[in-house]
Design a protein around this ligand. Structure first.
Ligand code: 3H9
Length: 698
């Protein structure tokens, strides 16, 4: 066995060559995900040269140690100047090898890893393996031949889909597409060696030498347009698609030169920096100082109280992750409705091919049902998802506290209420925590873990451990009205309503924010979620509202007219055949609101709408930091990207604020504070950072 690590990396040993005859195995071993660091690239190139030299070797397998094939270039190296050997050169050397090379893929072959596999002369994958070119998710295009080799191997149309979406395909689909040649049965390594042996003496099939059949010009242009529209402002998907289309007209070498140029240009772009920040922030957020070292409690049996939309989604999220779930309701009728809702969600997943019938049966089997909370006595964790009312929740927690054994964690899914007051209703406030799921709970990745001053550290740690099992992204925060996400959302909605009063119409605000990169503007979102819940909350809070607060009552008037959004066919818009239409009734209500306030309506440009909304978000986010509701700027950025679809290519509001500069944002905030009154004062942390030239991220 030869250790091919470069002398400068002595001891690292990330590439080994097992030079057996006739098949040599090149093994990459660079934990945790075998990223192609400089040492891996150098080792791989040296290994290829070595097998070329060794007359005993007649074929080669490239495989990986550890949990996965190569997961791509080392993203941490992207901030530094590129160091030789460059990945495209290493990959070209693999393809040019005069002896057949087989790629043996387990885990995931992503980005540069997939490009290594593409340059091999044949590919075999484990049944559970996945392959993909996710570079666009990092604001990049594949930079080592992916845009040129993939269309040559699987066709331009399929390559456009994979490269522009960045999605990973599972082995079975990869086989169908021609992206892999075989799926291994039991022993991937041995079957790869056997495959390589079969190829000895046969003509070598080099991907780069295959022809790429182009698409009709018109179809290609249409596809490009669609890809750009779906990208909502992210530039990489469109650029990656253009490169894929070039594969049909340019020789490999020229296509790769164009690809490299675009890759290097995007690597230093703001969008890529933001998306890389998003990638690392998503992982960092679960490491919460003070909590990640506490020992989580063992949790397997889950109770869910309430089988409405949230409760059902929560039950599914737990069942999908292999927990035993029991859902309870107050009556047989409510329980049956919940059971039907859960069955229906699984049915749809089977119908769309996302779930097998066997998996559905297994998950349905993991959920049991009961009437009354006393059937939850054996649970390790109970999550409450009942009506959003403090007294209802306090009464429920009192009841649960009486029947649950000591040590059982009591979680509430409240979105706004003071969890300390809920905890006070029990004899175990240290074991009460907020687990705030986002709707639909089995789909949305974000989970706010809300701790009171008394929540025990190991209870928070259990929340983090559960999030990991649920494959969710947890953000730990303290109690405040609306926690992180809904608190910021309330501010941003309020500002959107001020814009209406001053001259904009709902569709103009929505269009400006959709152009900003949100999938939907705030009024379209309200219509989708339903206006009635927020209305009930406003009515509840009315007695405590500061009378000096600028309050726009258009939403109240819509609700009074029974316009609760899509479900009633009308809200901020009118819905015909599912399409949203501008409604003159709403326009009239908005104009009346301006009149009542004595405002002369004026056209508001989209840039002003975007800047005001951004300032509202950043200011409130900064107050959340100032108050210690969360510890780090990345907590807020992750909440906004994963719970509220803040464009990831902007990196979240605080990352973006650093890029724009805090002074212009503060100027905007000061202007609004003067006009909008209480609640809109600038955050102390924003003022001090702007004054000292500090940033949110050092
Ligand atoms: C590229 O390849 C460009 C080329 O086309 C051209 C080049 C010229 N680099 O996610 P996990 C770390 S662009 C550095 O928790 P999982 C990650 O931060 C790249 N570090 O595990 C974490 O560290 P920590 C295209 C990386 O099992 C640890 O590994 N490739 C990289 O849930 C474990 O990660 C991609 O975009 C990396 N490439 O998921 C793939 N990847 O423990 C990105 C991971 O300190 N990676 N780390 O927090 C992934 O999608 C997932 O990590 C993967 C494993 C699915 C592989």
């Amino acid at each position: 066995m030869t250790d091919l690590s470069s002398p400068s990396q002595a001891g690292a040993g990330p590439v080994r060559l097992v030079a057996a005859s006739p098949v040599a195995v090149i093994e990459i071993d660079n934990p945790p995900v075998n990223a192609t660091s400089q040492a891996v690239r150098a080792g791989l190139l040296a290994a290829i040269h070595e097998v070329e030299r060794d007359a005993e070797v007649e074929a080669v397998v490239i495989a990986c140690a550890g949990r996965t094939f190569v997961a791509g270039a080392d993203i941490r190296e992207f901030g530094q100047p590129p160091r030789e050997p460059h990945l495209p050169d290493v990959i070209n050397a693999i393809e040019a090898c005069s002896k057949p090379v087989v790629g043996a893929v387990h885990g995931t072959a992503l980005g540069g890893g997939c490009e290594i596999a593409l340059a091999c002369h044949a590919r075999i994958a484990d049944a559970g393996a996945g392959l993909g070119l996710p570079e666009v998710k990092l604001g990049l295009v594949p930079g080592a031949g992916g845009t040129q080799r993939l269309p040559r191997l699987i066709g331009v149309e399929a390559a456009l889909d994979l490269v522009s979406s960045g999605r990973t395909v599972k082995a079975a689909e990869a086989l169908r597409l021609g992206l892999v040649d075989r799926i291994a049965g039991q022993d991937l390594r041995q079957e790869a060696i056997d495959f390589a042996r079969e190829l000895i003496g046969k003509p070598i099939r080099r991907t780069g030498a295959l022809p790429a059949n182009g698409m009709e010009a018109e179809a290609a242009a249409k596809k490009l347009l669609e890809i750009r529209r779906k990208a909502r402002g992210a530039e990489a998907p469109g650029k990656a698609a253009e490169l894929v289309l070039l594969a049909a007209s340019l020789p490999l070498k020229e296509g790769m030169a164009r690809e490299r140029e675009t890759f290097l240009e995007l690597r230093s772009s703001d969008q890529s920096a933001a998306l890389r920040h998003a990638f690392f922030a998503e992982r960092e957020v679960a490491r919460v100082p003070g909590f990640d070292s506490a020992e989580p409690r063992p949790v397997q049996r889950i109770g869910v109280v309430g089988a409405g939309t949230m409760g059902s989604g929560i039950a599914i999220a737990f069942a999908d992750a292999g927990f035993e779930v029991k859902v309870v309701e107050t009556s047989e009728q409510a329980l049956a409705a919940g059971q039907a809702r859960i069955a229906d969600i699984y049915e749809k997943q089977v119908a769309s091919g996302r779930l097998t019938a066997a998996a559905r049966d297994e998950r349905l089997g993991a959920i049991r049902y009961g009437v009354g909370v006393d059937t939850l006595a054996d649970r390790d964790l109970v999550v409450e998802a009942v009506f959003e009312d403090l007294e209802v929740k306090r009464a429920l927690f009192r009841e649960l506290d009486a029947i649950l054994r000591p040590g059982t964690i009591l979680a509430t899914n409240t979105s706004y209420l003071d969890i300390s007051l809920i905890a006070d209703a029990t004899s175990r406030p240290a074991e009460v925590v907020g687990l705030h799921f986002f709707s639909p709970a089995h789909v949305m990745k974000l989970l706010e873990i809300v701790r009171t001053d008394r929540t025990a550290a190991d209870v928070v740690a259990t929340g983090l451990a559960i999030a990991r099992r649920l494959r969710k992204i947890p953000v730990v925060c303290r109690v405040c009205d609306g926690f992180v996400g809904n608190r910021i959302l309330s501010r941003y909605r309020q500002q959107a309503e001020y814009l209406l009063e001053e001259g904009a119409l709902p569709h103009e605000v929505d269009a400006a924010l959709e152009a900003f990169g949100f999938p939907m503007g705030p009024f379209a979102v309200s219509d989708m979620a339903g206006l009635d819940i927020a209305w009930a909350r406003r009515k509840r809070l009315a007695p405590t509202r500061d009378p000096r607060e600028r309050y726009v009552d258009v939403a109240d008037r819509l609700c009074e007219a029974g316009r609760f959004g899509r479900k009633t066919g009308a809200g901020w818009y009118r819905y015909e055949g599912g399409r949203r239409e501008i409604d003159p009734v709403v326009t009239a209500l908005v104009e009346e609101a301006s009149q009542r306030r004595g405002l002369r309506r004026r056209p508001i440009p989209p840039e002003e709408i975007q800047a005001r909304i951004r300032a509202a978000i950043v200011n409130e986010a900064c107050k959340i930091l100032d108050e210690g509701i969360v510890e780090r700027p990345l907590d807020v950025d992750v909440v906004m990207m994963h719970g509220y679809a803040y464009p990831a290519w902007r990196g979240g509001p605080l990352f973006e604020a650093d890029r724009i500069g805090l002074q212009p944002i503060l100027d905007q905030v000061m202007e609004r504070a003067g006009k909008d009154g209480p609640g809109w004062e600038p955050a102390a942390g924003l003022v001090s950072r702007a004054a000292s030239g500090a940033r949110f991220y050092p």
